[in-house]
Write a protein that binds this ligand. Structure first.
Ligand code: ZN
Length: 305
């Protein structure tokens, strides 16, 4: 889980207010309906009949109790029919699993994590990106990515904080970004906070963040450093700014290694070029024993059709 208590609190409050707003709307509508004479009569009859039925049961008058029980059923049906007729719908939750509580018997619901993940992008000033799905077979049948497809699917499905870091290298159009989006999407489906950021966005966030007050800076760094899985897409496409770009990457990667938070990097650069461009300190952290490098070189998949 991400180390950002304020954001988690925001999501908890959002769930609470969503529920109470819907319940409020329902009660307003119900009050309006009670001004309808037919509906009011059915509600009153129902209350009285339930009272009489309980009394008959207490007095062990079985015959009367059975008769009243049938009357209660009839009145409930009538009440339901009138509610349909006048458009009073039961509280309809957005999430049928947790009924918008955000929690189930098994802990927090997936919808809670999805909401929190969207809020993280919002905090970074970004829209939630559209990710690909492994079932989207645009590139899965192409020979070149086939060898990685199943392995990466397995990686994503069994993802945990001890999973390896990944680097996808290769020319433009070899399927690196597509597969990294599939991996990110699959991991996010399993109660993880996942960020998919282009190297340019990451660089811009770092530059902009200097202008923020310290508390906001801390929050933004915390999101990027402690989210469960971070994808940096197209490393090398950003403009390298002295003392910002490399230092920022160094901070992020060092923190993620320290907290055991895996990352995935896609790049057109060769390993040698990464070392030359970003220096030995970052290179050695990126390519430590926890990292697996996959080479995607081959045909330009965008041209294979
Ligand atoms: Zn839910």
């Amino acid at each position: 889980m991400i180390d950002c208590k304020d954001l988690i609190l925001d999501v908890e409050q959002a769930f609470e207010s969503k529920r109470s707003h819907k319940e409020y709307l329902y009660s307003v509508k119900k009050d309006q309906l009670l001004t309808n004479a037919d509906y009011k009569k059915v509600c009153e009859d129902l209350s009285q009949t339930i009272f009489d039925w309980n009394k008959a049961e207490f007095l062990e008058d079985t015959e009367l109790a059975n008769r009243l029980s049938l009357q209660v059923e009839n009145l409930k049906q009538k009440k339901a029919q009138l509610e349909i007729k006048y458009g009073l719908k039961e509280f309809e939750p957005d999430c049928p699993i947790c009924k918008d509580f955000g929690v189930t018997d098994n802990g927090r619901c997936q919808c809670f994590y999805t909401h929190l993940n969207n809020l993280c992008y919002e905090e970074l000033g970004l829209k939630t990106p559209l990710l690909n799905d492994f079932s989207d077979d645009t590139l899965s049948n192409v020979n070149h990515t086939e060898k990685y497809f199943e392995k990466l699917q397995l990686y994503a499905k069994s993802f945990k904080n001890t999973s390896k870091n990944l680097i996808f290298t290769g020319k433009t159009g070899t399927g690196k970004t597509f597969l990294s989006k599939c991996v990110a999407n699959e991991i996010a489906k399993n109660k993880n906070i996942v960020l998919f950021l282009s190297s340019r966005s990451l660089n811009n966030i770092a530059i902009e963040n200097f202008k923020n007050p310290p508390a906001v800076q801390k929050n933004i760094n915390s999101i990027i450093q402690t989210c469960d899985f971070l994808v940096i897409d197209d490393l090398g496409a950003e403009i390298i700014l002295n003392k910002i770009t490399v230092e920022n990457l160094l901070n992020i990667i060092s923190a993620r290694l320290e907290y055991s938070k895996p990352f995935l990097i896609t790049t057109n650069l060769s390993m040698n070029e990464i070392s030359l461009k970003y220096g030995e300190r970052l290179f050695s952290r990126l390519t430590g024993k926890q990292t697996v490098t996959l080479n995607f070189d081959g045909a330009d998949l965008r041209k294979v059709k």
